[in-house]
Every structure is written in structure tokens, then in C-alpha cells.
Design a protein around this ligand. Structure first.
Ligand code: 5AD
Ligand code: SF4
Length: 461
């Protein structure tokens, strides 16, 4: 674990480039398209922050934009295909609008050979950069705009931590706060450590300062983000201690993700009982229920250890809502081993789970393992798992009917201006009658019905 802040002079230089772009022309329109996880969403907020600094304003749609940036994901093959499909389509847009600037960034750009391939095959792409040098975006954009060059800059893993970057936040209520970058776990199926680099933690003081300013700006909920927040170690502070300090700031709601089950400490579990702002919800990806598969995934815990953690969590916080990620059809997984996953899911009763068919990623150990099970069979397995989880989710939601929940209102429904939506402490979505004036408020809602994935209710007077 190492920490290395980008020198502030370097960040200031980027602000100067943003000013130069603004001086060249302002009022041009941007679109940032984000694929992938919350980390990418947060990175896109920074890109938008830079674009705003550069004098750009949001476009209504892609056809209207003067610059389009694709922030890509590479965790599974379909994410990559989606990114490529989208980018190729932009060629047509550029035919009608030759001045359109097209940029591609994010995890996929860190994969070996991708940047070179894009440069050669797609002459309509103007700008490519990776995750490690994304903070240099204004400088690269200036080169594209001022000298009409094509800029393709992807750095090998440097492991820097940039501070003091601008952001246009997606919401006025919930904010993502990165606490660390990268991952050291090398789960055998996962490409993330190769594209996001080794773990590096932000300084706790920088995180706390960001949280304080978010509170001052009126944000009600903070999601602390990292590939594996449990191994946070910034300036000698462990994650549980950071959490307690964030709790003391007094932001209404705190959540965090993602947690690796092997690194959950007793102290962290106790936080669910002692930190009054920490919400009773935890995303704890189990990935598989069979010990042999977990071992070959390099997950460093067993089914028994996972269940022990779950029972400890529930002892401390009986109302905690657990969610998970599950991979089906890891190379060599047998039907019997898959049934251990079904058994675990029945036992733990997650509120919801993201389920994926294993997707081989070039350069990861698992991509070389024998994989005899057909895609048809894996598809049948995942359908079985999804049906089971759907049943459990429905029961969990129905179990809420009749209860009164504190709901933090986040948005007005896109279908009706008279319906608002928000989350319970446990993270369940609730829709109820109300208007935009409720956004940002926490109100008492009586739960009256359960849909497939959300709850319905009525506001208590
Ligand atoms: N194939 C399928 N799913 C994957 N994930 C990560 N790598 C792969 C892969 N190669 C899933 C894991 C992880 C989530 C973000 O994506 O479940 O927790
Ligand atoms: Fe990938 Fe495992 Fe790291 Fe999560 S903990 S990002 S699954 S290597």
C-alpha cells in the first residue's frame, strides 16, 4: 500500500489549461456517457467538472454535443462490446459534424493494446486517456482543440492520488466520495487490479474535508467508495476509524461500498451498532457458495467464514439489509458446486443480488482455466438463481408492508410529477405521493405495497 499525491502545482497547471480552453471558446456543449460501476460514475463527475471549467455546458442529447466523452468499463466482455458499439456509431455523427470532438477514457483504455487499436482503426476518435492520467484531461483537451492533434495518452500503472479536482455532482442529495483507488486482491477472474492499479488510500484529512464541504452544501447522504474499502489505510487510519470520524461530521446518512468479506473486521461490524449515521445496509459480494470455487477464485474466505460474518452483522444490527454480487459458471464449476451457491443464497436471504455469467478476461488467471460448461447451461443456471433471488427479494419487500419507514426523498418520478422516490435506511426504494419540495427531506412513510423491486407507501402527516 502506498500513497502518492499528485503535486498541487500539477493540478494548478490543469486549471490553467481549463482557463485557456475557456478563453478560446465558451458555451460549447458536452455529453459524458458513463458505463460501469460507481467509481466510473464518480470519475465522470470530475470530467464534467473539468468540462464546466473549460466553458462547456451540458448538451440536451448526443446529436447536440460538440464533445462526447465515453467513460468505459471492461469488467465483463459485454461492457466492452457496448462501449465499442457506441463509439463506432459516433462515426456517423461526426460525418454530419466534422468539428465534433470524440474522447474515450476509463478502464478499458488501460488494457494492453486497446489505445493503439483505437488509434489505428478509428480515425474519428480525437482523444484517448486512461484512469491513471485522467486528471490531465484539460491539458489533453487543449492540445486537441488548439492544435487539432489526436491525443492518445495512456499511462502504465503509476498509482497517483489527485486531490482538488472539480466535480459536477449527479445529485444534490447523495454524493460519492472516493476513499481509495485500485485493488490488490487479484481475484482470479477479475481485470480490475490490472486496469486500476494497486491500492492507494486518500489522506483521511482530505476525505473528511470533502465530507464537511458536502454537508455544508446540503448533501444528505454520502457513499464512501473504493474497490475494497475494508483495506483502506490512509495515513495510518484504518477504515473503521475513518468511518467513525465521518460519522462525527453529522451527515444524515452514510453508506460504503464495496467490502471484501475477507477484510471485514470485528471493529467495522461494531460500527453498525455505534455509528448513528451509518445506514443498516451492506453490499458484501459473496461471488460463489462453494469452497473449492471460492479458493480457485482466490477469494480467501470460505462459505462458513462468510456465514459467520453475516450472523455477526445481524447480531449487531438485526435489521441490516445485505446485497451481493454472484458469478455463475466460473471455469470448471459443476452443477453441484453451483447448488452450493443456491443454498447460500437461500440461507443468507439477500435483499438483492447482481448476478453475472463468468466472462473470461484476457490476462487474468481464470481465463486460462478449463471451462467445459456450455453457455446454454450457464444461462439456465443463472436464470434459476435470478428466479430464486427474485422470490427472496419479493418476500423481503412484502415483509416491510405495514411498517413506517424514514425515507430520504431523492427524486421526483419521471412518470408523474406527483410521485417521489427515496430510500429506507436499509436501502429499499420507496415511491409515494408527494412533490419536488420534498427532495432532500427525510419523511415518515407507511409502506402499503410491494412491487417487484420497490415499495409503495403513503406519507404520514
Ligand atoms: N466475469 C463475470 N463477473 C465478473 N465480475 C468481475 N469480474 C467478472 C468476470 N470476469 C463481477 C464480480 C464483481 C462485480 C463488480 O463484477 O461479481 O463483484
Ligand atoms: Fe476485482 Fe476482487 Fe478487486 Fe473486487 S476485490 S475489484 S472482484 S480483484
Amino acid at each position: 500500500m502506498y500513497d502518492l499525491k499528485v503535486p498541487q502545482s500539477e493540478i494548478s497547471r490543469q486549471y490553467e489549461y481549463a482557463e485557456k480552453i475557456r478563453a478560446l471558446s465558451s458555451g460549447r456543449k458536452y455529453t459524458v456517457v458513463t458505463l460501469g460501476c460507481q467509481m466510473n460514475v464518480r470519475d465522470s463527475e470530475t470530467l464534467e467538472g473539468w468540462l464546466k471549467r473549460c466553458g462547456f455546458v451540458p448538451a440536451q442529447n448526443r446529436e447536440d454535443a460538440d464533445i462526447i466523452i465515453y467513460n468505459t468499463c471492461c469488467v465483463r466482455e459485454n461492457a466492452e462490446n457496448k462501449a465499442l458499439g457506441n463509439v463506432i456509431w459516433l462515426k456517423e455523427l461526426k460525418k454530419d459534424k466534422p468539428g465534433l470532438i470524440i474522447g474515450v477514457c476509463g478502464c478499458m483504455m488501460q488494457e494492453e493494446g486497446i489505445s493503439g487499436q483505437l488509434k489505428e482503426k478509428y480515425p474519428f476518435i480525437d482523444l484517448v486517456f486512461g484512469t491513471h492520467n485522467a486528471y490531465m484531461f484539460p491539458e489533453y483537451l487543449y492540445r486537441v482543440i488548439a492544435s487539432s492533434e489526436r491525443v492518445f495518452e495512456v499511462w502504465d500503472i503509476k498509482g497517483y492520488v489527485p486531490e482538488g479536482l472539480p466535480a459536477v455532482r449527479n445529485s444534490r442529495i447523495n454524493a460519492f466520495v472516493n476513499i481509495m483507488y485500485g485493488c490488490n486482491n487479484f481475484c482470479s477472474y477479475c481485470i480490475v487490479p490490472y486496469v486500476r492499479g494497486r491500492e492507494r488510500s486518500r489522506d483521511p484529512e482530505d476525505i473528511l474535508a470533502e465530507c464537511r464541504s458536502l454537508k455544508a452544501a446540503g448533501f444528505k447522504e454520502i457513499m464512501l467508495l473504493g474497490q475494497n474499502v475494508n483495506s483502506y489505510m490512509g495515513g495510518g487510519t484504518a477504515f473503521a476509524d475513518l468511518l467513525k470520524r465521518v460519522n462525527d461530521i453529522g451527515i444524515e446518512r452514510i453508506r460504503f461500498m464495496t467490502s471484501h468479506p475477507k477484510d471485514i473486521t470485528r471493529e467495522l461490524i461494531e460500527c453498525f451498532g455505534t455509528c448513528e449515521h451509518l445506514m443498516p445496509a451492506l453490499h458484501l459480494p459473496v461471488q460463489a457458495g462453494n469452497n473449492e470455487i471460492l479458493k480457485r477464485m482466490n477469494r480467501s474466505y470460505t462459505n462458513e467464514k462468510y456465514l459467520e460474518t453475516v450472523s455477526h452483522l445481524r447480531k449487531v444490527r438485526p435489521d441490516i439489509g445485505l446485497t451481493s454480487d454472484i458469478i455463475v459458471g466460473f471455469p470448471g464449476e459443476t452443477r453441484q458446486q453451483f447448488e452450493d451457491t443456491l443454498r447460500l443464497v437461500r440461507h443468507v436471504r439477500f435483499d438483492s443480488a447482481y448476478t453475472f455469467i463468468y466472462s473470461p478476461r484476457k490476462g487474468t488467471p481464470a481465463a486460462k482455466y478449463d471451462d467445459p460448461v456450455s453457455i446454454e447451461e450457464k444461462t439456465a443456471w443463472i436464470e434459476e438463481l435470478i428466479a430464486l433471488q427474485q422470490c427472496i427479494t419479493s418476500e423481503a419487500l412484502s415483509g416491510q408492508i405495514g411498517s413506517i419507514q424514514n425515507v430520504l426523498v431523492e427524486n421526483v418520478s419521471s412518470r408523474s410529477a406527483l410521485t417521489v422516490g427515496g430510500k429506507t435506511p436499509r436501502g429499499l426504494m420507496v415511491n409515494f405521493e408527494g412533490d419536488g419540495s420534498l427532495i432532500g427531506k427525510t419523511v415518515k412513510v407507511k409502506i402499503t405495497a410491494a412491487g417487484k423491486n420497490t415499495l409503495k407507501g403513503t406519507m404520514e402527516e
